[in-house]
Design a protein around this ligand. Structure first.
Ligand code: S3P
Length: 203
């Protein structure tokens, strides 16, 4: 039995990961956004699609400290967690190309933002409050949300952080859709951003 030739769309899709990797030119892809935005789930799938290694900065921090994030907050406090986070992310960014999912507060650090600008393309996974709350309630261990009013805390974080997250190179809405749909949206947005940037350089 002979196989039907690939349609142009299929053929194009098969070449897309390589095309994106060429355009990335060894830069990392860094996912930013609030807790519950889907950075880890989307990041893992994105890495698979692009055939790149994946790393979650929170996991790297836990490995380095040999403690879970809630334990670090409880035993060392937030300031020490942030210092460790800055150090671990700097190490990841100076290593070989990865898709990197960061913790929600990482991009708020000026030095980390500067490193990301220098060595990565940043993608903000943006979601509304109800979507974030639905997702974070599935894993109710996040230290910053151990407050009498987690929804109010999340709203305050949105107000403070969204203007800074908006500095990311690319913004993708991460709504109720499946992670696969979100990954495709990220790939399309990344393609548009990188192709546009290349076009500008050439013109
Ligand atoms: C934090 C988000 C968490 C984790 C820590 C602090 C934040 O990561 O880094 O609890 O400041 O928003 P996720 O965004 O992966 O939940």
């Amino acid at each position: 039995m002979t196989e039907a030739p690939a349609t142009p769309a299929q053929a194009g899709d098969a070449r897309l990961p390589q095309r994106l990797k060429n355009l990335l030119n060894d830069r990392h892809i860094v996912l930013i956004g609030l807790m519950g935005a889907g950075k880890t789930s989307v990041g893992k799938r994105l890495a698979q699609r692009l055939d790149l290694p994946f790393v979650d900065s929170d996991h790297a921090i836990e490995e380095a400290a040999r403690m879970s994030i809630p334990e670090i907050f409880a035993n060392r406090g937030e300031a020490e967690f942030r210092a460790g986070e800055r150090k671990v992310i700097a190490r990841l960014l100076s290593g070989r190309q990865h898709v990197i999912a960061t913790g929600g507060g990482a991009y708020m650090d000026e030095q980390t933002r500067q490193h990301i600008r220098e060595s990565a393309v940043s993608i903000w996974l943006k979601a509304d409050l109800p979507v974030l709350m639905k997702r974070v309630l599935r894993r109710p261990t996040r230290p910053l949300l151990q407050t009498p009013d987690p929804e109010g805390t999340m709203r305050a974080l949105m107000e403070k952080r969204y203007p800074v997250y908006a500095e990311a190179d690319v913004t993708v809405l991460s709504e109720e859709s499946t992670h696969e749909t979100a990954v495709q949206a990220v790939i399309d947005a990344l393609d548009a951003h990188l192709s546009g940037a290349k076009g500008e350089e050439e013109s």
